[in-house]
Write a new protein. Structure first.
Length: 478
């Protein structure tokens, strides 16, 4: 009767409005995105790092770093939630489709409706030196990470093509038709997905995650075959604690245990949003389990081998997938493992682009931009990366700088500082809503964890500086 007289059916209007919203990312797709970042380099970089730094020492550092990364990622999410509460508008609708499981929190001030990048969060919390320093370090880290993903992916792709065509893998990167083809293929795929937003790369993330697990499975099978056919390595020769190489371990472990640069972008479209902490926990737990089994098997199968990788089994290579080069079927396939960085490259590019556009005023802290603007900024970021990749640069040098210093800041310094300012703002500017709980507060929320994270960061920073000075002195003496 009401419809016949022209009255508005509000529930039907709400349903239609919800249908027009952008699609959300479920916790399975989000976990795949996080794991794609956490497992992008660790399966082929950590076996060599832990072999030379000591298996026990390496695992202890890895577990402790994973715990700190899990907790500091929550600090960033907490800060984003407080920033959202400070900008709260009861009439504003989230542009992402909501889940029925979020009904009890969707009306909360701390429900993340706005898409805030790290630059925006820093600016809301403390628009001063912290914002400037954090933005500079974030950009340095993102550029370094893009170089790492691009270099490792293109070198892997070129090695796979060379092995498939000529039956050999070049010892060093040279500019030829294979390397040029590898860069062009990588650039084409990565750039297409980098033009949109993170939620738009969901199909690529899921596909690459499945393929990544398949290649890890093949490497595990290769390790088991080596033990069965040639016997395990001698346990007496395994290095457990090599403190002289601890700097090498820290640089590699820090880089592979966090994705904090992209936390705002990947968490924003998650629905149900109440599962953020659960998704983080299981992502880190899965990474730890995979790395523990993967590295242990690598040490057991190849630690004391002395052959070069033209023969199987061979010693653990700096890039672990090269170890399987001479193994039929498995070898050619696993050479493409680093090339799976093509799934992470768009996420990094989008994060850097969004932050830079906000810094230079091409986008508001929460506003959208035109496709033309996105294309120009994306190409401006990625084309120099592809050129440097083609020219060639030391991958380990980029990892040391990116993970050892910039990554250290984003992992252990920025999150506790942001959380401190967020809690201060919460107590001062949101005191009238003290009864409303921040649903995104960390599991370990006591101030002790802020101090512990900062304290560890200071110790590691001093140690890293000492390591750089020692290495520079050794090179000078030579």
């Amino acid at each position: 009767l009401l419809m016949d007289t022209g009255a508005v059916n509000t529930s039907e209007v709400m349903v239609k409005q919800e249908e027009k919203k952008a699609p959300s990312i479920g916790y399975a797709a989000l976990a795949a995105t996080i794991l794609n970042m956490l497992l992008a380099t660790s399966p082929f970089s950590l076996p060599y790092a832990l072999k030379n730094g000591g298996l026990a020492l390496g695992f202890l550092i890895f577990i402790f770093s994973s715990f700190l990364a899990f907790n500091s990622a929550q600090m960033i999410v907490e800060s984003i939630a407080v920033a959202s509460a400070l900008k709260y508008d009861a009439q504003e609708e989230s542009p992402i489709k909501n889940s029925k499981l979020d009904q009890d929190i969707v009306g909360s001030r701390y429900f993340i409706k706005k898409k805030l990048e790290l630059f925006g969060v820093c600016k809301i919390m403390t628009n001063g030196p912290l914002t400037i320093v954090s933005t500079i370090i974030l950009c340095m880290f993102m550029i370094g990470s893009l170089l790492i993903k691009s270099i490792s992916s293109c070198q892997s792709l070129a090695s796979g093509l060379s092995f498939a065509i000529y039956g050999t893998i070049p010892e060093k990167w040279t500019i030829n038709w294979i390397s040029i083809s590898a860069v062009i293929v990588f650039a084409a795929v990565a750039t297409i997905f980098a033009l949109g937003n993170i939620e738009g790369s969901r199909p690529l993330q899921l596909f690459i995650m499945v393929f990544r697990f398949f290649l890890i499975y093949l490497m595990i099978c290769g390790g088991i075959y080596s033990i069965a056919a040639y016997g395990p390595g001698a346990l007496s020769r395994v290095k457990w604690f090599e403190f002289k190489n601890i700097g090498y371990i820290i640089s590699n472990v820090l880089y592979v245990t966090f994705f904090h640069h992209s936390v705002p972008g990947v968490m924003y479209p998650l629905r149900p949003q109440k599962y953020i902490k659960t998704t983080l926990f299981y992502s880190y737990l899965l990474q730890a389990g995979i790395i523990f089994g993967h590295v242990s098997l690598a040490i057991a199968a190849f630690d004391d081998r002395e052959n070069d990788c033209k023969h199987f089994p061979c010693a653990i290579n700096v890039v672990y997938n090269i170890t399987f080069m001479a193994l039929p079927i498995v070898g050619p396939l696993v050479q493409f493992f680093p090339a799976l960085g093509v799934a992470v490259f768009p996420v990094l590019t989008i994060t850097l682009r969004n932050n830079l556009m906000q810094v230079f005023g091409f986008a508001s802290l929460t506003g959208a931009v035109t496709m033309k603007t996105r294309i120009l900024w994306t190409l401006g970021i990625t084309l120099p990366i592809y050129i440097v990749t083609l020219i060639g640069v030391s991958l380990q040098f980029v990892i040391n700088i990116t993970g050892g210093f910039c990554g250290l800041y984003l992992l252990l310094f920025l999150p506790p500082v942001l959380a401190y300012y967020a809690r201060k703002k919460q107590s001062q500017e949101l005191s009238a809503f003290a009864d409303e709980k921040n649903v995104h507060a960390p599991v370990f929320r006591h101030g002790f964890w802020l101090l512990l994270t900062l304290g560890v960061g200071v110790i590691v920073l001093i140690f890293q500086i000492f390591q750089v000075i020692r290495q520079f002195t050794q090179l000078t003496l030579r």
